[in-house]
Design a protein around this ligand. Structure first.
Ligand SMILES: Nc1ncnc2c1ncn2[C@@H]1O[C@H](COP(=O)(O)OP(=O)(O)O)[C@@H](O)[C@H]1O
Ligand SMILES: [Mg+2]
Length: 257
């Protein structure tokens, strides 16, 4: 249902980024992201993954090149969900108030949007924690709040920057599964940054393997295995083979033996 339909949602053309410090973070990145697809950006630390995600979100301007949105008349949708590596919750605010933030920034009254907030919390399994404070929650629960905050306004695109990297493996695998279920239910387009080969293969329809100095896309690899995927997928030969292929590509590019 969510398989890439071929309709391009985001076109990146010749994106380069040199920061004021002189660091060239990206060089000539060109690709298209299909509507409804789940794409991972995979690569070593410092290869420009976060920079590219921020450029897509218009949080950072490219030095050269363009980001266009062909299916929405060329312009970026007003609403894009962004999930950072740290849950970045406001510690003094309840879970409900944290998830209210995007609406608050739009000037909407809490009473008008409370049903959407409760719905978003239910979708990440936190319906009973609306009145809790971040300090009362585990790392995985905080990340769920952060995901609820990103999806509460129902954005068509979710950009996730190593969202589960700081979590233990058990929690990460659970959140990977929950994210896939949400992706299928919501018809999102997801761009997911990770440095984990295993996570990228498990989640994605497509993995863009990036290399550093300067950051660029080195390989565009399709992961054809069908969705929905479940834990059983992690035990299949196909999964192991794709992980090995991508690890080899990364190792080769890193110049290691
Ligand atoms: N705001 C910034 N100012 C200067 N250099 C930056 C900034 N953000 C990132 N960089 C540099 O750009 C390169 C790519 O960084 P980044 O996009 O964060 O990579 P990744 O997310 O893959 O680790 C790195 O060399 C990093 O030090
Ligand atoms: Mg990063």
């Amino acid at each position: 249902m969510n398989q890439a339909s071929g309709t391009s949602l985001i076109d990146l053309q010749n994106i380069s980024k040199t920061y004021d410090s002189g660091t060239q973070a990206l060089q000539s990145v060109s690709t298209s992201i299909a509507q409804g697809s789940f794409v991972s950006l995979l690569g070593p630390s410092g290869c420009g993954k976060s920079t590219l995600l921020r450029i897509i979100a218009s949080l950072v301007q490219p030095t050269t090149g363009t980001v266009s949105w062909p299916s929405t008349g060329g312009v970026r949708p007003a609403d894009i969900g962004f999930v950072f590596q740290d849950a970045t919750l406001m510690p003094w605010a309840s879970v409900l108030d944290n998830v209210y933030l995007p609406f608050k920034l739009q000037g909407r009254a809490l009473k008008d949007v409370a049903p959407q907030i409760m719905d978003a919390l239910a979708r990440v399994g936190l319906a009973d924690f609306a009145k809790s404070f971040p300090r009362e929650l585990s790392g995985g629960m905080k990340m769920r709040v952060s995901i609820a905050r990103a999806l509460v306004t129902r954005p068509p695109v979710l950009l996730m920057d190593e969202p589960f990297a700081a979590l233990d493996e058990f929690t990460r695998e659970k959140l990977d599964d929950d994210l896939l279920a949400l992706w299928q239910a919501e018809n999102w387009t997801v761009i997911f940054v990770t440095h984990s080969v295993y996570e990228s293969v498990y989640l994605s329809e497509r993995v863009l393997v990036m290399g550093a100095r300067p950051g660029r896309i080195l390989h565009d690899m399709k992961i054809d295995e069908p969705h929905p995927r479940s834990r059983a997928f992690r035990a299949t030969a196909a999964y192991g083979q794709r992980c090995a292929e991508i690890s080899d590509a990364l190792r080769h590019d890193a110049g290691a033996v």
